[in-house]
Write a protein that binds this ligand. Structure first.
Ligand SMILES: Cc1cc2nc3c(=O)[nH]c(=O)nc-3n(C[C@H](O)[C@H](O)[C@H](O)COP(=O)(O)O)c2cc1C
Length: 273
């Protein structure tokens, strides 16, 4: 003989009462809504986890394609990996300006290093607004058939109005004349700060000189019409986006300066590398 009040019987009774409710009752509607939410969140989580490796690969490919673009080696539909083999990727010790063998240049993650106190330095003088600077940077070199450096691609980053802008400056063999500038990531406003990506604005950069005859950083992004010697160092700021323009000015001047790639470029010019 069984007890009519066992938990099993009570549960079965509750389920029977639930099943007997009308289809549009509140408990049944809530159950469907919660079930649907759980199902959808599982699909989204699974997609995020499964797609993460593909996203990482695409991020690396995008960065490589940007390096090819700033170096003038990109064409639509090209094999990015094959094209990227033209570059010699090296690590540079930013303090000494010498090549470093302290890690694998191809897989080096400068952003990660900048967050690690052992691999970066806090900046007291921080015009680019980056707080910490990694000790090492990966640079990309193109050499001619005789082995002489033809082009130097340097990573740069710094704060604009809303975001940190990440990009590359390409220099010609003299380590002074700009070949191009390109950002591959930022969060500035479309039509305003994001005009840093506009090819018309970017067209101003090739041929401009980073350093003056005395070796000081002279490149400037600013409003106004320069005269005389300043013309070869001047980039017109973006209309309606002075803050992003100032950010680009600050970051380029920082990375081309003593705390950035100047020691490395000086060594290149002296033939010390
Ligand atoms: C919604 C919104 C988004 C803006 N985005 C940017 C931006 O991305 N970069 C920028 O420099 N200024 C941006 N501005 C404008 C700045 O607030 C500021 O007015 C401008 O930089 C001044 O530039 P100007 O001296 O050339 O006029 C934005 C303004 C608004 C209202």
């Amino acid at each position: 003989m069984s007890d009519a009040n066992t938990p099993e019987k009570h549960e079965a009774g509750a389920w029977a009462r639930f099943k007997a409710l009308p289809i549009d009752s509140t408990p049944k509607t809530l159950l469907v809504a919660v079930g649907l939410c759980l199902f959808c969140s599982m699909i989204v989580s699974a997609a995020a986890v499964l797609l993460k490796p593909i996203q990482e690969i695409n991020k690396v490919l995008d960065k490589k394609s940007n390096i090819l673009q700033v170096a003038g080696l990109y064409s639509e539909g090209m094999d990015i990996e094959a094209g990227f083999e033209k570059f010699e990727t090296r690590l540079v010790d930013l303090d000494t300006g010498l090549f470093s063998d302290a890690g694998d240049a191809v897989s080096y993650d400068q952003r990660k290093a900048a967050k690690n106190p052992l691999k970066s330095d806090a900046l007291e003088n921080d015009p680019a607004g980056i707080k910490r600077r990694a000790k090492l940077a990966a640079v990309y070199l193109i050499r001619d058939d005789a082995g002489a450096i033809e082009r130097i691609i340097l990573p740069v980053h710094g704060y604009g109005l809303w975001s940190t802008l990440y990009g590359f400056v390409a220099l010609n063999a003299d380590g002074n004349e700009v070949y191009g500038l390109q950002f591959y990531e930022h969060g500035e406003t479309p039509g305003l700060g994001a005009e840093v990506d506009n090819p018309v604005w970017r067209k101003q950069w090739p041929g401009k000189k980073i350093y003056g005859d005395d070796g000081t950083v002279r490149i400037t992004v600013a409003k106004g019409i320069p005269s005389g010697d300043a013309v070869q160092h001047h980039i017109d700021g973006l209309a309606g986006a002075s803050i992003t323009s100032r950010g680009v000015d600050n970051l380029v001047r920082f990375w081309m300066g003593e705390q950035g790639f100047k020691p490395f470029l000086d060594n290149l010019k002296k033939g010390a590398l």
